[in-house]
Design a protein around this ligand. Sequence first.
Ligand code: FAD
Length: 678
Amino acid sequence: MTAVERHNYDVVVVGAGGAGLRAAIEARGQGLRTAVICKSLFGKAHTVMAEGGIAASMGNSNPHDNWQTHFRDTLRGGKFLNQWRMAELHAQEAPERVWELETWGALFDRTKDGRIAQRNFGGHEYARLAHVGDRTGLELIRTLQQRIVALQQEDFADAGDFEARLRVFQECTVTRVLKDGERVAGVFGYERESGRFFVIEAPAVVLATGGIGKSFKVTSNSWEYTGDGHALALLAGAPLINMEFVQFHPTGMVWPPSVKGILVTEGVRGDGGVLRNSDGKRFMFDYVPEVFKDKYATSEEEADGWYADPDTHRRPPELLPRDEVARAINSEVKAGRGSPHGGVFLDIASRLPAQEIQRRLPSMHHQFRELADVDITAEPMEVGPTCHYVMGGVDVDPDTAAAGGVPGLFAAGEVAGGMHGSNRLGGNSLSDLLVFGRRAGLHAARYAQALTASQRPAVADAQVDAAAAEALRPFSAEPAEGTDGAAPAAVGAAGGAAGGAAGGAAGGAAGGAGGAVAPPENPYTLHQELQQTMNDLVGIIRKEQEMEEALTRLADLRTRSRRAGVEGHRQFNPGWHLAIDLRNMLLVSECVARAALERTESRGGHTRDDHPQMDRRWRGVNLVCELASPPDQLAAQDPAAGQITLRRRDMPPIRADLLDLFEKDELRKYLTDEELGQ
Ligand code: FAD
């Protein structure tokens, strides 16, 4: 039996970004003992990088705004493939969640008369994003962290222990959700610093692990986004939906190469920035799609007038939803009208006074000056699409955030699917985290509360042993027979400190004289090849043959990843961490590729070169990804065979009173005649 540290809680939240922290606050608020686990330091989650703001129809900027308008915008942005009940709850509850943040100490930018200021973003009919300059995520995380500390202080006053009911396990990675029969029983993980294993037993687990961007080469996402929660859900038996929809944000940095992909906030365009090609032309007017024709300006004069008077002008086309803008930039570059480094120009310098740019966009000003030696108050930025967000995720119940088919498992935030349909609007993620983070924490708590002591699940030793063996495999990577040996490719431990509870010899034994074996694989090489494959073959514009090729390459990478080997010990060993993360990235990448191949239309964050039109027959269809064989047999399964099965599922019809919020003419663009008849 593997020796592991064991803890016992009522609710475990995996992830300490906006969704995870909001869930933990709620579960603790219900009086339950709650653990939060995160890969990085507490407070450094991905949410901290969010720039532009939180979408909520508070009506501070325009009194006409309300939840119905926000709901309409969200469905239009998602091309009507959104889980409509989630979109409804989100639009209704977002203002309350923002006001709640303020009562917990968040300091938003203000209007002249002292209300929370709201800014414009693509796809939102009114200025709707509550913000703190272009550092909104930082303020959101700071506030939630502060709230957690306040609750811990209450617990200290009550029980003499800060961690009596809420404990954060930072710099720890969860590698498995443990189960007792069909039900969740806890999680297995390791401390990143020491490599020590631990188990947290709990009847309810909330996944709040964020996205999958690190499977792509050019991305705005940080190192943590390796699709862990998506893979943990699959391995626990919960399905994923909408995995074909990956958002390529139109404006990432393109130069210099070391910073390619880093985000340039949509706030630049929201505050008046315009996109130009190498001829100096403001090209977005040429790319307004049919479904949006009546809502966007057709001349520069009309577009510019909208900033001062949105009620009598139509919106500038630079503020179309992200998928439209990203495709337009891609087309301009392809047509030879790009900027010197393969992007287009984003110009705010000629649109606002320098001082105003520095006030509204301080991070962007700093980012370009430090990283690209560009002064955005004086010259345009070069920008191009970057992999930013995954709309697909765990299939959840809209009201309770419970994951399908696995009692005790919940998911919220970017790891959950459905809310954003085929394309997320900017600002709708931060509000999603708060709305569904709260719901996930609440319902996880209720689920755990309903169990008597004898009904609580137990963690079997065999599961712990299997999880430990799986995590240790990179230290004894099996060389493959049949090829000439070469120098071992296993990577060493960073820091090289001795010790670590198990460690073991690396797979570097391969190679040597006349060996008919292939050396262990270097996890970094595998990761790079995976990123290149996804970027080139399942990227912003997709073709059938290329995606088939991607699936072949993914099968090869899976086979080789079984031999991913590392040297050294479990202490401070990033090569080992990556070898473990590869399992997750390969699983989610296969989901993306399979679903993208199956959907023979273009919609939102899924563009098919060979099926360029949106097809109304696909509107009501979710593609559901599940594990092809039982999770405990995954290791024994032939890696060259697919690990994911795909099925089509009809979405529930949109409720009639919600459909009534739209003009019939607009619905005709999305719904089939049969749906309209009903
Ligand atoms: P995260 O904040 O990423 O948190 C994930 C957590 O899970 C982390 O704590 C991580 O350590 C932990 N974790 C992951 N795997 C494991 C594991 N195996 N074990 C333990 N812990 C694990 N959205 C907006 O609405 N407005 C914006 O202005 C905006 N700007 C953005 C700017 C940038 C640069 C980027 C990249 C995104 C932006 N987004 C924005 C999107 C938004 O920030 C994210 O979608 C959102 O923060 C995701 O939050 P989350 O709570 O789901 O996950």
